[in-house]
Write a protein that binds this ligand. Structure first.
Ligand code: ADP
Length: 453
């Protein structure tokens, strides 16, 4: 997939994802509104029943009051002048008498409270509430400490008496935890929705990052194949030309010419062998069951051999390799061939990635249970960003389209894999333009110890 395609797919997927998230959020909001409406209807139904019962209760009180007033009139009490009238069964109540529903405030409160409690229970609304009966005209309420008007949020107001057209008496009810109660009812759905959203975002980002990684890997693989083909082609054609010259009857076969061509063939053959070795090394560590041939090895001896083999390359660039093998104890349990390759690769890189005369120092230091190998060079250095990636397979520091230094990006991934297999560790210090130092720690006994930085 091309980069442009990945960007377009990511963009579309992101838009779709955002749309789905927005839909889910909208759906949660709608569900909340529906639940709120349901709750309001339920409360309305509950209080219709409550009001019928309370009305009934109030009418009984009213009858008792009338009887009381009639008695007082009969006994000549003139203070109760404004009484009431009855017209076709409807009671017309004078203001101050209506307010006297609170004949006994405490009893009225308890009986209304019991009615409300029972009705809420019947409808399975287990919610705290407070209520008050409020006489708007005379500014009197049944209880002092609870809300008296409808300003309060989550407050419901019901006309108290069916024949009270002016709504002079109102029952004010409030549910302080109404929002939490409604929220609790849809909390499971909200949780599931959130999980769904998180899951979708995770899958989306995982898929995109996998596509990007795959894309990078395939790009690196292509680079590797191109690079390898190119690298192999040069020595093969040089060898082929040298062979042609040797078999050409027209070219006189003096000893010197013969030696020159054989030398070229030998050198190019060596180059081919080295390249094949690098690819093989990488293939070996990729095998799941790579077994090390662990033996007691003298690390100083291995280092000296590697230095001897590679020194010529440093000298060709007018540089050199110095050794500082100060470790007091250099015998470790390790696979001699692989550890030798590790040191060779580090020295090879130190020479390759140097634009001036390479000045390389390889030293050893003993620690408690480990030996440390330090390879320091004065080469081109590696930037901080690239330092994190150089141990990745096929990674090469980008130098534009043309790589001045030949390589496959396999060396350091092999080095790291082998060091890890020996239960050791590798780190580096580098400054662009100044040089790089690699630190490798290996345990003396990899069966009992490990060495991490
Ligand atoms: P390569 O075959 O490209 O050398 P390596 O895995 O050995 O592959 O190294 C990966 C990259 O790390 C190299 O392409 C190079 O850019 C960088 N690198 C490795 N060693 C050094 C060094 N000593 N100095 C500077 N850059 C280095």
């Amino acid at each position: 997939m091309s980069k442009k395609k990945i960007i377009i797919v990511t963009l579309f997927a992101a838009i779709l994802l955002m749309g789905m998230v927005a839909l889910q959020l909208n759906w949660i909001k709608s569900a909340m509104l529906i639940k709120e409406k349901d709750f309001n209807n339920e409360v309305q139904n509950v209080f219709n029943t409550v009001m019928t019962k309370v009305n009934h209760h109030e009418q009984k009180c009213m009858q008792q009051r009338m009887v009381k007033l009639m008695r007082e009139q009969n006994t000549g009490n003139q203070n109760v002048g404004r009484v009431f009238g009855m017209n076709s069964g409807v009671i017309h109540i004078e203001t101050d008498i209506v307010n006297s529903i609170f004949d006994d405030k405490k009893t009225s409160y308890i009986s209304i409270d019991t009615i409300i409690k029972n009705e809420l229970k019947k409808r399975n609304i287990k919610l705290d509430y407070s209520f008050n009966v409020f006489d708007k005209y005379n500014n009197i309420s049944l209880v002092d400490s609870v809300p008296q008007n409808a300003d309060h949020t989550n407050t419901y107001v019901f006309p108290f008496l069916s024949n009270d057209i002016m709504h002079q008496l109102v029952l004010v009810v409030s549910f302080p935890n109404e929002k939490a109660f409604i929220f609790k009812q849809i909390s499971l759905m909200i949780l599931l929705s959130l999980l769904l959203i998180i899951g979708m975002v995770y899958i989306f980002s995982y898929s995109i990052s996998t596509i990007i990684k795959q894309e990078k890997v395939s790009e690196m693989k292509n680079d590797f194949i191109n690079n390898m083909t190119h690298e192999f082609k040069t020595p093969i054609s040089t060898i082929s030309l040298a062979c042609q010259a040797l078999t050409d009857k027209d070219i006189p076969k003096t000893r010197d010419i013969y030696d020159t061509y054989i030398g070229i063939i030998n050198e190019e053959n060596h180059r081919l062998g080295n390249m094949a070795e690098k690819i093989l090394q990488s293939a070996v560590v990729d095998k799941p069951g790579l077994t090390l041939k662990v033996d007691e090895v003298d690390l100083h001896k291995i280092i000296n051999e590697s230095v001897k083999n590679i020194e010529i390359q440093a000298k060709q660039k007018h540089g050199g390799i110095r050794t500082n093998l100060n470790a007091t104890h250099a015998t470790i349990l390790a696979d001699a061939v692989h550890v030798g390759n590790v040191i060779y690769n580090l020295l090879d890189n130190a020479i390759k990635y140097s634009k001036r005369e390479p000045d390389i120092v390889i030293s050893t230091v003993s620690h408690d249970k480990c030996i440390e190998i330090i390879v320091a060079d004065n080469g081109i250095g590696i930037s901080k960003a690239n330092q994190k990636k150089i141990f990745e397979k096929l990674f090469r520091v980008s130098t534009g389209n043309i790589h001045e230094v030949k390589g496959f990006g396999l060396g350091l991934s092999y080095v790291k894999a082998i060091v890890d297999r020996h239960r050791g560790s590798i780190t580096l210090d580098s400054q662009v333009g100044k040089g790089t130092t690699f630190y490798v720690k290996l345990p003396f006994d990899m069966n009992t110890n490990q060495c991490y930085y």
